[in-house]
Design a protein around this ligand. Structure first.
Ligand SMILES: *Cc1c(COP(=O)(O)O)cnc(C)c1O
Length: 381
């Protein structure tokens, strides 16, 4: 039997990507601007609806960095950030010389906990350090508690930076993820739901804000015949070549979301009779997840030798990639000295959670191999 590596999430081309890239070569738009960049922005604006404006950038991290700048974050400010996330959500806070304050997850969506969030805000305000922004994340494509988080943000007048890097194609009450924050962020890295090989986008509510983001992303060049700069700039615009890949990927986004959701169904089925495993799923029908990654929680049983790490090693032995959930930021050596509010929910999720192969390009044969490892692991116990 074929024993080639099964990946967590690998690029999945739709077919027309190379055509868009070829057009870029044919017209000599081999630069960080051009028709594909404009086209991808338009495709995304149409897809997201809600009258948003999209700026294509070199990465999701760049979009978070510029998003925080647009929200007025400066050195010495406080920024609240979901602790359980990829480090790229938090790093730009430090690029700006601001201080991150990490917030726990709740059990339902694994995302920012409204109770811990409000406790942190009240405490920061009492200390005379009203937070400048809230970074909330849709982990693995499952939307955070949108209404609850928005209510708190509005109550205290703090803007939300919505990190939707994992959630293009997810929605809440019929509205697309990426459009809920005061600023939204998308990523098109190689492992994401669609890819431009590397890239990202910023989503804004006004054309002025989008133009401002693009201004910062192109070295903050003032309108002048020579190179004139009144503000610090960045080189964060997306390449027209990469944008060509993105245009092709947009044509298959919904089809690939459907395939990821089928992978989630596959795992729900597979683990149905295994009491020690719970498949991470949306709490109710208001939530629609792209299930970028399918994830499970394993209840450890030391007598039977069942825990997350033993299962991960069983997959590894079969040349199948699986990975623990994002290690919370407040537990990371680089961030451990910053404040954290919560009840260690994220910590427990991290201890027992595992992400499983979730690509839209997985084959029936690969699903059989995954199922064999799972049945073997739990039957022997
Ligand atoms: C991937 C990711 C990012 C960063 O996106 P890049 O395009 O890789 O810079 C940010 N936040 C989250 C939650 C991510 O998963």
């Amino acid at each position: 039997m074929n024993n080639s590596k099964i990946w967590l999430s690998s690029p999945h081309m739709g077919g027309s990507e190379q055509q868009f890239v070829q057009e870029a070569f044919d017209s000599n738009w081999v630069a960080p601007l051009g028709p594909n960049v404009n086209g991808l922005e338009q495709d995304l604006e149409e897809y997201l609806g809600s009258e948003v404006h999209v700026g294509a950038l070199s990465s999701g991290t760049a979009a978070i960095h510029l998003g925080l700048i647009l929200l007025g974050v400066q050195a010495g400010d406080t920024v609240l950030c979901q602790s359980m996330t990829f480090s790229a959500s938090a790093n730009p806070i430090l690029y700006l010389g601001a201080t991150p304050v990490f917030i726990d997850s709740e059990e339902e969506t694994w995302n920012i906990c409204p109770t811990a969030l409000e406790a942190a805000i009240v405490d920061c305000i009492a200390k005379g350090r009203k937070p400048k922004a809230i970074i909330a994340v849709h982990l693995y494509g499952v939307p955070y508690q949108i209404d609850e988080v928005r209510t708190i943000a509005d109550k205290y007048g703090i803007p939300i930076l919505e990190d939707s890097a994992e959630a293009l194609g997810s929605s809440y009450k019929g509205q697309q993820c990426g459009t809920f924050g005061d600023i939204g962020v998308l990523s098109f890295n190689g492992n994401k739901i669609i890819t431009t090989s590397g890239g990202g986008a910023i989503v804004t509510k006004s054309k002025e804000l989008k133009d401002r983001a693009v201004f910062f992303a192109t070295q903050s060049r003032d309108a002048a015949p020579h190179y004139q700069h009144s503000e610090i700039g960045y080189n964060y615009r997306m390449s027209n070549i990469c944008a060509g890949i993105g245009r092709g990927q947009m044509q298959v986004l919904d089809a690939h979301v459907a395939l990821r959701r089928k992978m989630h169904d596959f795992y729900v089925d597979l683990f149905q009779d295994i009491d020690a495993v719970k498949v991470f799923s949306t709490p109710n029908d208001d939530y629609y997840a792209n299930y970028w990654l399918s994830a499970i929680l394993v209840t450890p049983n030391s007598e039977k030798g069942i825990d997350r790490e033993a299962l991960r090693l069983a997959f590894e032995a079969a040349n199948i990639e699986s990975r623990p959930l994002w290690k919370p930021m407040h537990l990371q050596p680089v961030f451990e000295n910053y404040p954290y509010y919560g009840a260690n929910v994220a910590e427990r999720l991290f201890e027992n959670g595992l992400c499983l192969p979730s690509g839209s390009n997985l084959t029936d044969e690969e699903r059989v191999r995954i199922a064999e490892v799972v049945r073997g692991f739990f039957c022997e116990k």
